[in-house]
Design a protein around this ligand. Structure first.
Ligand code: SDX
Length: 428
C-alpha cells in the first residue's frame, strides 16, 4: 500500500497523500490540489470520486458484494428483519432482544401523522403520482415537527430519524388510499412495521385486515434489499442538502425527488412497464436490438449499474423471492417468464457481456410488488419508504463528522469570456 502518489501539475511536483479504508479502493487526498496548483479535478457523474468517508455500507462492484456495517446483504435478507437492519444502519450494530424491543416500540409510537397533514392529500388530484405526494408531504413535515429540526442536537436528530422511518409507511399508504378513493387507515401498533404498512395499504374500515405472513415476509425482505446503498445519487443528494444545515425533513424530501428519476429509483416502475410492453418472450429480441442501437434512446430498465459490473446481489435475492412469493400465493405471471427469458438472452449477448450489464435491484422487484397488489406507480414510493433509513443514517453520519463542510463542487467553465454590455438599440 503506498502512502502517497506523485503528481506534476502547474510546474510543481506534488506528493498527494493516499488514504486507506478498512476495505476497498484507497483514495488520493486532493483537498489541497486547487490551493497548490490552481487546478481542479474533472469527474462529471463522480465515476472516480469519493465524496466522503463512511462506515455504513460497502459495495464491491466487481465481486457483487454488498455489506451493511459488515454484514452481507444475503445473510441479512435471509436471517434478519427490516427493524433489525434499521437499528444496524442507524446505530452500527445488530440489536440485542431488549434493544430491538425498545427500538421497535419507539418506531411504532411515531407512525401517526399530524391530522392536518391529511388535508395536504386533498389538495392533490386523485391521479397524482405517489412520488409527487411523497415529495410534498415529507417536505411539509418540517412545518409540523419543529421540535426535532435542530440538527446540532443529537437527541433531536435521532427523534427526527425515528419519525421519518416511522411515518414513511403511513405517508406512502395514504398516497395509495387517496389514489383509489378509499379512507385512510390508522396505524395499528400491535402489528409489525411491515404488517402495519400492509394493513394501512390494503385494509379497509369495513373489516379486520389479516396480514398474510408470506406477503409480510416478502415485503420485509424487499425493504431490507432497498435500505441503503453507499453514495448513490439520492443519498448524495441528502448529504449535499444536509451539508447546508437544512432540516432533516427537507433533506429527505430532496432524496425522494432524486430517487424518482428512471435512471435511479424510478427504474422499478419503468422495468415492469417495459416487461409488460414486451409482453411475450418472442418479442424480446426486438427490445434487445433497440437497447443496443446507439440511435435509439431505449435502455433495458432494471439492467446495468454504475458500481456493479457483476451481478447485483440484491437482484439474486429478489429473483429467489419472486419464485417463493408467486409459488406460495399460487400466482403465475407471464411477465416473470418474460423477465427470466430476457435476463437469459441479454446475459448471453456480447453487447451486455462486454458492457458488464446485469440485472439490478429494480429488475425483479416489480414482479413481486405487482403480485402483492401494488400498482406500478407505487413502486418507487416503496423504494423511498425503505431507503429512508439509509438516507437518515448517512445524514446523521455526515452531520456528526467533524470534517464535514458545505458541499460546493467547482466546474470547467466553457462559456463566453468577459465582454461589455450592448444596449438594445445597438443589437442586431
Ligand atoms: C438504482 O447507484 C446506486 O447504487 C443506485 C441503486 C441504489 O440502490 O441506490 O442501485 C438503485 O438506481 C439501480 C439502477 C436503476 N436504473 C436502471 O435500471 C436504468 C437502466 N440503467 C441505466 O440507465 C444505467 O445502467 C445506469 C444509470 C444504472 C448506470 O449508468 P452509468 O454507470 O452512467 O453507465 P453508462 O450510462 O455510462 O452506460 C455504460 C454503457 C453505455 O454504452 P456506451 O455509451 O459506453 O456505448 O452501457 C450502456 C450505455 O449505453 N448501458 C445500457 C444500459 N445501461 C448502460 N445499455 C442498454 N440498457 C441499459 N440498461
Amino acid at each position: 500500500m503506498t502512502d502517497s502518489v506523485k503528481l506534476n501539475a502547474a510546474g510543481k511536483d506534488l506528493d498527494l497523500k493516499v488514504l486507506s479504508g478498512s476495505v476497498g479502493p484507497d483514495v488520493i487526498d486532493i483537498r489541497k490540489l486547487y490551493a497548490q496548483t490552481g487546478m481542479f479535478t474533472y469527474d462529471p457523474g463522480f465515476t472516480s470520486t469519493a465524496s466522503c468517508d463512511s462506515a455504513i455500507t460497502y459495495i464491491d462492484g466487481d465481486e457483487g458484494v454488498l455489506l451493511h456495517r459488515g454484514y452481507p446483504i444475503g445473510q441479512l435478507a435471509e436471517k434478519s428483519t427490516f427493524m433489525e437492519v434499521c437499528h444496524l444502519l442507524l446505530n452500527g450494530e445488530l440489536p440485542t432482544k431488549d434493544e430491538l424491543d425498545k427500538f421497535s416500540y419507539t418506531i411504532s409510537r411515531h407512525t401517526m401523522l399530524h391530522e392536518q397533514l391529511a388535508t395536504f392529500y386533498r389538495g392533490f388530484r386523485r391521479d397524482a403520482h405517489p412520488m409527487a405526494i411523497m415529495c410534498g408531504v415529507v417536505g411539509a413535515l418540517s412545518a409540523f415537527y419543529q421540535d426535532s429540526a435542530d440538527i446540532t442536537d443529537p437527541q433531536q436528530r435521532m427523534i427526527a430519524s425515528h419519525r421519518l422511518i416511522a411515518k414513511m409507511p403511513t405517508i406512502a399508504a395514504m398516497a395509495y388510499k387517496y389514489s383509489i378513493g378509499q379512507p385512510f387507515m390508522s396505524p395499528k401498533n400491535n402489528l409489525s412495521y411491515t404488517g402495519n404498512f400492509l394493513q394501512m395499504t390494503f385494509g379497509v374500515p369495513a373489516e379486520e385486515y389479516v396480514v398474510n405472513p408470506v406477503v409480510e415476509r416478502a415485503m420485509d425482505r424487499i425493504f431490507i434489499l432497498h435500505a441503503d446503498h453507499e453514495q448513490n445519487a439520492s443519498t448524495s443528494t441528502v448529504r449535499l442538502a444536509g451539508s447546508s444545515g437544512a432540516n432533516p425533513f427537507a433533506c429527505i424530501a430532496a432524496g425522494i425527488a432524486c430517487l424518482w428519476g428512471p435512471a435511479h429509483g424510478g427504474a422499478n416502475e419503468a422495468a415492469l412497464n417495459m416487461l409488460r410492453e414486451i409482453g411475450t418472450v418472442d418479442r424480446i429480441p426486438e427490445y434487445i436490438a433497440r437497447a443496443k442501437d446507439k440511435n435509439d434512446p431505449f435502455r433495458l430498465m432494471g439492467f446495468g449499474h454504475r458500481v456493479y459490473k457483476n451481478y447485483d446481489p440484491r437482484a439474486t435475492v429478489m429473483q429467489q423471492t419472486v419464485r417463493e412469493v408467486l409459488g406460495e400465493l399460487g400466482v403465475t405471471d407471464p411477465v416473470f417468464d418474460v423477465a427470466i427469458a430476457l435476463e437469459e438472452m441479454a446475459l448471453s449477448d456480447p453487447y451486455f457481456i462486454e458492457k458488464k450489464l446485469f440485472p439490478n435491484v429494480d429488475f425483479y422487484s416489480g414482479v413481486i410488488l405487482s403480485a402483492i397488489g401494488f400498482p406500478t406507480t407505487m413502486f418507487t414510493a416503496l423504494f423511498a419508504l425503505a431507503r429512508t433509513v439509509g438516507w437518515v443514517a448517512q445524514w446523521n453520519e455526515m452531520i456528526s463528522d467533524p470534517e464535514q463542510k458545505i458541499g460546493r463542487p467547482r466546474q470547467l467553465y466553457t462559456g463566453p469570456t468577459q465582454r461589455d454590455f450592448v444596449p438594445l438599440a445597438d443589437r442586431t
